[in-house]
Ligand binder design. Structure first.
Ligand SMILES: Nc1ncnc2c1ncn2[C@@H]1O[C@H](COP(=O)(O)OP(=O)(O)OP(=O)(O)O)[C@@H](O)[C@H]1O
Length: 336
């Protein structure tokens, strides 16, 4: 019998997912915390707090404590983790849980220690960190332990991780602090520049998910959006097209393509040959962007596949690491 309910966490910029050993993913919520500005009291966490973003009265502020994949606000991250871990009932076990947390590749030692510390404070007995691209590759079902090259591109909210993995280790990787959030920001600036209309972050994300694409759509789509006219100061409705949105998001998307290309350029020839055969696996919420697979294929000439549940890969990977002790021992880069 297990005395503790061990858990795996994808502590993401946009979403936090928690995997409980033997159960699977039990929490999947936005990484948002609403607090009272004066008392600093936490009022809501997760989905409930996200609904408040951009709609909060003066004394309530909604905070995304993770930025660019790392902790931007320590106390709030810790409160958020405590809440999510609490939701799993993991602390009701006889022993406190062992926790495996995914962190972006390329985070500094200081950033790693902050994640560890926040996880301990939130009630963990033992904390192990795994690099997100490794966890994502495991979660996407890539044969990370085999002597063959696998390539994973994890496009999240704050970071894009690109990695070539072989024999349980990351051979080459690149971490880019450009991902889904930058796509939203570029939609905001495009609409401001072209139409003098101010829209919020949530609207921008909705536009991206509804009509955004990385590759021309077979048929143009349109969408009505609402915002505040910067000249009159009044609310205004506007119709926007998928072609415009594709144009608006060009910069962050080409930065992601460049990161993929430069990682391929640094890949040892034998492994590059494996990738040519087996292709590139896309994971993270950004893999759901319409046409991103087509664009990556066109720009690299490699076969491209989208993971089965792109948003769940890192959490599923941390879960597999918890469940398979041997895998845990064999993959390098696990740190305590
Ligand atoms: N259908 C979709 N089309 C385009 N983008 C999407 C779609 N669904 C989700 N996203 C984007 O995916 C991002 C979130 O992905 P994910 O949950 O993998 O990130 P995260 O793990 O929280 O972030 P990070 O890895 O940077 O810490 C957000 O920017 C979200 O807007």
């Amino acid at each position: 019998m297990n005395l503790s309910k061990d858990i795996g966490i994808d502590l993401g910029t946009a979403n936090t997912l928690v995997f409980v050993r033997g159960k699977g993913i039990v929490v999947s919520e936005p990484s948002v915390v609403a607090i009272d500005r004066d008392s600093k009291k936490v009022l809501a966490v997760g989905a409930e707090a996200k609904r408040m973003v951009g709609r909060t009265p003066g004394n309530i502020i909604a905070i995304r404590p993770m930025k660019d994949g790392v902790i931007a606000d320590f106390d709030i991250t810790q409160a958020m983790l405590k809440y999510f871990i609490g939701k799993t009932n993991a602390r009701s076990g006889i022993r406190k849980p062992m926790v495996v947390v995914g962190v972006p590749s390329g985070v500094t030692e200081v950033e790693k220690r902050a994640v560890e510390e926040a996880t301990f404070q939130a009630g963990a007995r033992e904390v192990h960190l795994v690099e997100e691209p490794m966890a994502a590759a495991i979660g996407a079902g890539l044969p990370v332990e085999e002597p063959t090259g696998s390539m994973i591109v994890d496009i999240g909210g704050g970071t894009t991780d690109v990695a070539i993995i072989s024999l349980g280790g990351i051979v080459t990787s690149k971490n880019l602090r450009i991902a889904g959030d930058e796509m939203d920001e570029s939609i905001i600036s495009y609409i401001k520049r072209e139409y003098n209309l101010m829209i919020g972050e949530r609207t921008a994300e909705e536009i991206k998910i509804t009509i955004g694409s990385a590759y021309p759509k077979p048929k143009e789509e349109t969408m009505e959006i609402r915002g505040r006219d910067l000249i009159t100061g009044l609310p205004k409705t506007l119709k926007i097209s998928s072609t415009e949105i594709m144009e608006a998001m060009k910069e962050p998307i080409s930065a992601i393509i460049d990161a993929i290309k430069s990682t391929l350029e640094r890949t040892p020839p034998e492994l590059a040959a494996d990738i040519m055969d087996k292709g590139i696996m896309l994971a993270g919420g950004g893999a759901l962007l319409d046409g991103i697979d087509k664009l990556v294929k066109q720009e690299t000439g490699m076969p491209v596949e989208i993971a089965e549940s792109p948003l769940d890969c890192v959490a599923l990977g941390t879960g597999k690491i918890l469940e398979e002790v041997n895998l845990f021992k064999r993959i390098s880069g696990m740190s305590k």
